[in-house]
Write a protein that binds this ligand. Structure first.
Ligand code: OAD
Length: 255
């Protein structure tokens, strides 16, 4: 893929770059996105019902089993070329912040060090009663049994039921993560919006905030998104193809 010399210069001269990511950046690692057809064990379950406080209260074993299935898929997946390119980009520019909607740890495992999780993490479960962080007994969960139900563990501190450490529909985003992400968006020179359909708020405000604050907003996606009219530039393609090409173009400019 070719990139405009203007974009290459803007990136290399930028004081601060934000890379805002969604499920699409993990798609090439084999992690299902949300709005593609549900795959595997859950094709008959509605995530809109499972990923809610009510869903967990009504059916803790089913919801916990769903998240253990997702954690198992992440644990048994690897960062892809898109994650690695984002990590490499940080080494070529002055300051880079990753703001992700994803609850996997693939950015971190690709070497990204400044990662803000707006929707929490599969790897940070906590007690529903006392809020204590829960440490998983086993690092790599097994696939849920055929019955699809796994009883949530009991809190080490108070024996209350442990819940996934992710933001559910209808819940507030973590205040500190939101404040940091919003500040980064207001103070960056370029924001890449990678692999997100841009339909879930308030997260989808982040690229709009960057644009309103004067940053160049560049979308990386093989398909149209709800932000197509709002972004300044569209790099049409997969993250695992476009971003490594961008790194190559930046490196050739630096030699
Ligand atoms: P979606 O499933 O809504 O969108 C995935 C996006 O990734 C789509 O725009 C795809 O075109 C794009 N895509 C697919 N493969 C790609 C690839 N290889 N490279 C680049 N892009 C690719 O996922 P999100 O936008 O992340 O919220 O969804 C946002 C939020 O909605 C999630 O964080 C979750 C969900 O409800 C919570 O869990 C709170």
């Amino acid at each position: 893929m070719d990139f405009s010399p203007d974009l290459i210069r803007l990136i290399l001269n930028a004081r601060h770059i934000v890379v805002f990511t969604g499920a699409g950046v993990s798609q090439e690692s084999g992690i299902p996105t949300f709005r593609d057809a549900m795959t595997g064990l859950w094709e008959t379950f509605d995530p809109g019902k499972l990923a809610t406080p009510e869903g967990f209260a009504a059916n803790p074993d089913l919801v916990w089993g769903w998240y253990e299935w997702r954690r198992s898929k992440v644990t048994h997946s690897l960062p892809n070329a898109g994650h690695r390119a984002i990590s490499e980009l940080a080494g070529l520019v002055k300051h880079l912040t990753v703001v992700t909607q994803n609850v996997d740890d693939l950015h971190e495992r690709a070497g990204s060090t400044e990662v803000i999780h707006l929707h929490g993490s599969l790897h940070q479960p906590r007690c529903t009663v006392c809020g204590a962080a829960h440490v998983f007994a086993n690092a790599a969960p097994v696939e849920p049994p055929e019955g699809r139900k796994i009883q949530p563990p009991a809190c080490h501190q108070c024996q209350g039921p442990v819940r996934p450490g992710v933001v559910w529909f209808g819940e507030e985003l973590p205040a500190e993560a939101w404040a940091k992400a919003h500040s980064a968006a207001q103070n960056c020179d370029v924001l890449f919006s990678v692999g997100t359909s841009s339909v879930v708020y308030p997260a989808a405000i982040i690229p709009l905030t960057a644009g309103q604050a004067g940053a160049r907003v560049v979308q990386v996606n093989p398909l149209p998104t709800a932000h197509d009219e709002a972004v300044h530039e569209k790099l049409i393609g997969k993250a695992g193809e476009v971003l490594p090409d961008l790194i190559t173009a930046l490196r050739s400019e630096l030699t």
